[in-house]
Design a protein around this ligand. Structure first.
Ligand SMILES: [Zn+2]
Length: 63
């Protein structure tokens, strides 16, 4: 079941939802371009034992 997870772009501050696929594993990280400013965001997804999704978003320059 895919549900959009609300995140905020670290570059432009825009809020939007990303789709997290829980079947892809409990720890995922990938790059996704902001839908508004097209900057690459580092998306870090963790899914805990209660199937709670935690998403951390960071910009490329604050690594
Ligand atoms: Zn943006």
């Amino acid at each position: 079941m895919l549900a959009p997870y609300p995140i905020q772009c670290p570059y432009c501050g825009e809020h939007f939802g990303i789709l997290v696929d829980p079947t892809a594993g409990s720890a995922q990280s990938y790059i996704e371009d902001c839908q508004v400013c097209c900057c690459p965001m580092n998306i870090d997804v963790r899914i805990d034992d209660d199937d709670q999704v935690h998403v951390t978003v960071s910009g490329e320059d604050d690594a």
